[in-house]
Design a protein around this ligand. Structure first.
Ligand code: OAD
Length: 299
């Protein structure tokens, strides 16, 4: 009981704090929004994963939905063998610290280490294949009049599965850019330098991803905000919802009147706020959800 009350209290504080983040976003424009992590202690605990059945009420309500927006995170690629960031034991940040590898300061301090870490991940991603969760999202795109897919993932697996328009909030690990000029560089001379140098200006090359403390891509963030505040349904799938400003999008959708659905085997700060929280693996729940929606439309 005490634990239950504590969680409710945390949830209220978190909602207030999120409102402030959203107001900051709305007041100052997304241009100044930088990526930050906010971990709410107490939410990231294990929960039981009973066999998943899709609630009939959810299927019924989805039958008349015109506009659906989905936000995905690392959990969607977990079943493709790409490690998440914060899962205990297997999470990347269990082994490496974001400050050492995913900030501009880290790159300035040790560009070789950062390049090699991303190179390792790039190879891992190249060998990975989209899983049933990615394919179910491709199918969902065809089931609704308007469908927006926003992702924090940098692995490009949504596109490789066949999703046509993906809003990438944190960039894409398969692209490389010049750290001085910001221009995308697709080929360079192999001189043995690590990281390699920009053929145009000689600056160090880096992955085209958004690091902590860096500004979010303006256009993508604006598009994601609009998609989140103009939808009937908002799905938050496989994300711990602790990295802002992406983590503010479900709350924005909620405040705009959307039905918010979470798919995640673990509880997150969003769970108490979600209208439906489906506690299961995305690769299991999403195909079931698509089947249920299709079945409901046959009658
Ligand atoms: P996290 O690692 O923080 O969270 C992954 C989430 O996926 C967790 O809540 C897991 O419970 C859940 N999960 C694990 N397996 C799953 C499965 N099979 N199906 C569904 N959910 C599953 O990853 P993100 O929320 O994506 O930024 O992290 C956001 C950002 O923080 C990333 O873009 C990255 C990271 O630091 C940078 O690298 C700069």
């Amino acid at each position: 009981m005490a634990q239950c009350q504590a969680r409710k209290h945390d949830a209220k504080a978190e909602l207030n704090r999120r409102s402030q983040v959203c107001e900051t976003l709305a007041g100052t424009g997304v241009r100044v929004a930088k990526m930050e992590i906010i971990v709410v202690v107490g939410f990231l605990k294990k929960r039981n994963n009973p066999a998943m059945t899709i609630p009939a009420e959810l299927v019924q309500r989805l039958a008349t939905a015109k506009s659906v927006t989905v936000l995905t995170g690392a959990g969607v690629s977990a079943e493709s063998g790409v490690p998440t960031f914060r899962d205990a034991q297997t999470g990347l940040w269990e082994k490496y610290s974001p400050e050492e590898l995913a900030t501009p300061r880290a790159f300035r301090r040790n560009p070789r280490l950062v390049w090699e870490w991303y190179d390792w991940r790039r190879k891992l991603v190249a060998g990975a294949k989209p899983n049933p969760a990615h394919f179910a999202l491709v199918e969902m795109e065809g089931l609704f009049l308007r469908f927006h897919l926003i992702t924090q993932n940098v692995d490009g697996l949504h596109q490789r599965a066949g999703s046509r328009h993906v809003i990438e909030l944190h960039g894409n690990i398969t692209r490389t850019k010049c750290s001085e000029e910001g221009t995308i560089v697709s080929s360079w001379k192999d001189t043995g330098d690590v990281p390699p140098k920009c053929p145009a200006c000689g600056g160090l090359l880096r992955p085209d991803v958004v690091w902590f403390e860096e500004p979010m891509p303006e256009e993508e963030m604006q598009e994601a905000m609009t998609a989140s505040t103009h939808c009937d349904f908002f799905f938050s799938i496989g994300t711990s919802t602790v990295v802002y400003p992406a983590a503010a999008l479900p709350s924005e959708a909620w405040r705009s009147g959307a039905t918010v659905v979470e798919i995640n085997p673990q509880p997150t700060p969003l769970t108490p706020q979600a209208h439906f929280a489906l506690a299961g693996a995305a690769g299991v729940v999403l195909p079931e959800l698509v089947r249920a929606i299709r079945a409901s439309r046959r009658f």
